[in-house]
Design a protein around this ligand. Sequence first.
Ligand code: CTP
Length: 206
Amino acid sequence: MRILMTAGPTREYLDDVRYLSNASSGRMGYALAADAVARGHQVILVSGPVELAPPKGCEVRFVQTTEEMRIACEQAFPSCDGVIAAAAVCDYKPSQRVTGKMSKTGEPLTIELIETDDVLAGLGRKKNSRWIVGFALEATNSRENALQKLRAKNCDVVVLNNPSAIGSMTNSVELIDESGQPIESWNGSKEEVAHELLNWIEQRWK
Ligand code: CTP
């Protein structure tokens, strides 16, 4: 199969040197990419800034902002059989990016934030016969929220995890389908979880 994968955080710049982001390491997405390549799949990895070396054998597109991630994904998706969206995308960005560097004024600073594009929802609208595996990072009402995301983003299944996954070596996930119930659950190193998820995807769509 030819698989699009997203990984890592995005960054949203306030000015040329400062940005909003999150603590995603990219480890889950990179583990998925490595496992898929090892199985002989073609992988297009759209990655935010991370400190990991990209797995050998993937086609990698490095991006920083959510908009760059959206453009790279929209370009790649039509040639792919499916997508696994493990990226921790910034949901908000400053309404304006200042050119150069903002200076201190001695006064409190208020920054207006506006929503970024939803990369996965955009792919969901152009799904056609492709499959879509989303992720959902939930602290409360986890299964309900995961189901809502599955519907809003036109996913086939959602990998539900919780905030302790961010920046961690391990993960504990449930795979939620349109019933809203877990059809699988896995925990272990991110490599182990990636392997189980790819086993499941291969059985479902090969
Ligand atoms: N996602 C995306 N673009 C965004 C936000 C999220 O593509 N702007 C993708 C993520 O890669 C993940 C899924 O959507 O596969 C769910 O991400 P998550 O952060 O759990 O949820 P959000 O949709 O951002 O909603 P919220 O933060 O309100 O829970």
